[in-house]
Design a protein around this ligand. Structure first.
Ligand code: HXC
Length: 275
């Protein structure tokens, strides 16, 4: 366990570290951008100059989010309704993006589904549903965007997790799905590197107030009262922590970084109780 300390590393905005205009003229295509971590990543990338398209199933939600992101950043954000399980819908969202913005530089594959269920009680359809949203959805998104990302010498970020590094109970579907996503990213990095395309994974750990944390049983939005003993930096993650990682990976500062999994968890993955 981590020893209690009075010093806690603060949450910062990426704009206090990176220049605001580094993504001027670039276009982001983000699945799952209607809420949570992917919304925050989109906002950060827009604050550095990019326009964006956010993709989701719920048109009302992505329309509202797109307007909020445009208003907050002064850049253009458009919604594109699609269920990533269906390749035609993803392809249509890509076509809408090209018609509106003319290019795609950055792709975040973030659409995901999750719920808690033991394998003994999980139906085949329940398992398949998460694999289809997470893993097949990533495959469909890569297939539909790749010609445009090759053309722009762009970059992918896949949103994974850390729960599949060990046996996380009630998460067999998500664990299998995220392991597949990590593998897709690695192959993409190797195959597409010669075309100037990079591919990396961001693996968030305990990020307060997110859908993932909620669904894993932590309903409390204010994480300040919860035990942080298993988080070496002494606090829960903030969505801005993940957004900053995305800004770095899409930036030219990461030009020689491809095929990595960037774990954003305050060191949690490395902590082991003393026995
Ligand atoms: C057991 C469940 C279940 C539950 C659904 N199912 N919820 N089984 N326990 N709590 C089963 C259903 O019974 C059905 O199987 C099958 O899953 C499909 O369910 P549907 O409701 O028909 O599917 P759909 O409407 O497409 O919903 C997909 C979903 C849903 C994944 C089930 O939760 C969803 O859309 N979520 C999107 C938002 C989300 O989860 N975001 C969080 C991502 S967080 P049967 O056999 O009955 O037909 C994340 C981070 C992980 O991924 C890491 C965290 C640290």
């Amino acid at each position: 366990m981590a020893e209690n300390s009075s010093y806690i590393l603060p949450v910062v905005d990426s704009t206090s570290v990176f220049k605001e205009g580094i993504f001027d003229g670039r276009v982001l295509f983000c699945t799952g951008g209607g809420s949570g971590i992917c919304r925050e990543m989109t906002e950060a990338i827009m604050r550095h100059g990019a326009n964006a398209v956010i993709v989701g199933r719920n048109l009302e939600r992505i329309t509202k989010t797109a307007k909020e992101l445009s208003d907050a950043t002064g850049r253009r954000c458009s919604p594109a309704q699609a269920d990533v399980r269906y390749p035609k819908q993803v392809q249509d969202a890509v076509s809408k993006t090209i018609n509106e913005f003319g290019r795609i530089d950055f792709v975040i594959c973030g659409a995901a589904g999750n719920f808690l269920a033991p394998i003994s009680q999980m139906s085949e359809n329940a398992f398949r549903t998460v694999i289809e949203i997470d893993t097949l959805g990533t495959y469909h998104t890569v297939k539909a965007t790749l010609p445009h990302v090759r053309a722009s010498k762009g970059s992918y970020i896949h949103v994974s997790a850390t729960l599949h590094y060990r046996g996380t109970p009630y998460q067999v579907h998500v664990s299998a799905a995220k392991a597949g996503i990590d593998a897709i990213s690695a192959v993409l990095a190797v195959e597409e590197g010669p075309h100037g395309v990079r591919s990396n994974v961001v693996a968030p750990g305990p990020i307060a107030g997110t859908e993932g944390m909620d669904r894993l049983g932590s309903k409390e939005k204010d994480a300040s009262n919860r035990d942080t003993g298993m988080i070496p930096v002494g606090r829960f993650g903030h969505v801005k922590d993940v957004a900053s990682a995305a800004v770095f990976l899409f930036s030219d500062a990461a030009a020689f970084i491809s095929g990595v999994v960037l774990v954003v968890d305050g060191g949690s993955e490395h902590i082991r109780p003393v026995t």
